[in-house]
Design a protein around this ligand. Structure first.
Ligand SMILES: [Fe+2]
Length: 299
């Protein structure tokens, strides 16, 4: 056993461990090394193109999907990796926006990705603009078959919704949380009737350091790859310092420390879903949350 993870929220799940492009120059003798759950994982491609992964010399279950390497940190995978049909859909451009290191819990990064209310304040002139601050009611459901969270009917007025949008538009969003550290966003495309997809795959290097991988599956006939990547970096660059200054770094799941509003229905569902899965990694334990709430401290 390499990780000795006791977390039922992670056991048997697939975690992203870097882009496949990073493995192409690697070998068993000179593997690509990266951090995962406080340990170092070595990855490379075998002669038949399969992903191989080891931690402390012990092999891990691994696979290559959606342009990334995924490993099962402890034991046998309990489930298949989530579906991402847009990845293989003809006509979509698949673009890896590159890794971004963020010094906070991966659960915070995913929760921030799901939050529309911060758009006018953090992403002014791009994803929102004052005084358009209202988050209109939307629906949140958990798919019983896949145990994924879906938020639908989300709408938000955006000055510049993507690299291809030159003017403001009332953007339609659908959010999807497939596993604790992975989420998708489907939003209005510049191609009428279609939705662009953005995948956020968070690699938990440890509990308060992550590598965020953003993958686009876009119908964009005008922007260059560099423009699409630059747009995502601009947005993420606005989120990063706020994420890194947020205290506590670990995400409280009990709801007493950070009071939700109606606009936070998706966040509330995400935290409850994590709690019900028994998620511990990246989460603030209940007793510590209660202590912080009692003192009013957010340190
Ligand atoms: Fe943001």
């Amino acid at each position: 056993m390499s990780f000795a993870i006791q977390d039922p929220g992670l056991l048997g799940s697939w975690l992203v461990a870097g882009p496949l492009s990073a493995l192409r120059a690697a070998s068993a003798d000179r593997p690509f090394r990266t951090g995962l759950l406080g340990r170092e994982v070595a990855l490379w491609l075998s002669d038949d193109g399969a992903v191989r992964a080891e931690c402390d010399g012990a092999p891990l279950f691994a696979q290559g999907r959606y342009g990334f390497a995924w490993v099962c940190p402890d034991g046998r995978p309990a489930r298949e990796l989530f579906a991402f049909p847009e990845f293989d859909e003809p006509g979509r451009r698949i673009i890896d926006c590159g890794p971004v290191g963020v010094a906070t819990s991966g659960l915070r990064v995913v929760e921030n990705f799901l939050d529309m209310a911060h758009f006018p304040y953090v992403h002014a002139h791009y994803l929102g603009e004052l005084p358009h601050t209202e988050v209109t009611p939307y629906k949140v459901d958990i798919d019983a078959a896949t145990d994924e969270i879906w938020a639908t009917d989300c709408r938000f007025w955006q000055p510049r919704s993507s690299a291809a949008h030159a003017e403001g538009s009332d953007a339609a969003y659908v959010y999807r949380v497939m596993q604790p550290f992975c989420a998708m966003l489907y939003k209005s495309s510049s191609r009428a009737g279609e939705r662009d997809a953005i995948g956020l795959f968070v690699q938990p290097v440890d509990e308060t350091r992550v590598i965020a991988h953003t993958l686009l599956a876009y119908f964009d006939d005008t922007s260059s790859d560099a423009e699409l990547i630059a747009f995502q970096h601009t947005i993420f660059g606005q989120d990063k310092p706020i994420l890194e200054s947020h205290r506590p770094q670990l995400l409280p799941l009990e709801g007493r420390l950070e009071t939700p509003t109606r606009a936070d229905m998706l966040s509330v569902t995400y935290r409850r879903w994590l709690r019900e899965r028994g998620q511990q990694y990246g989460a603030l334990a209940a007793d510590r949350t209660a202590a912080l709430a009692a003192t009013g401290s957010a340190a």
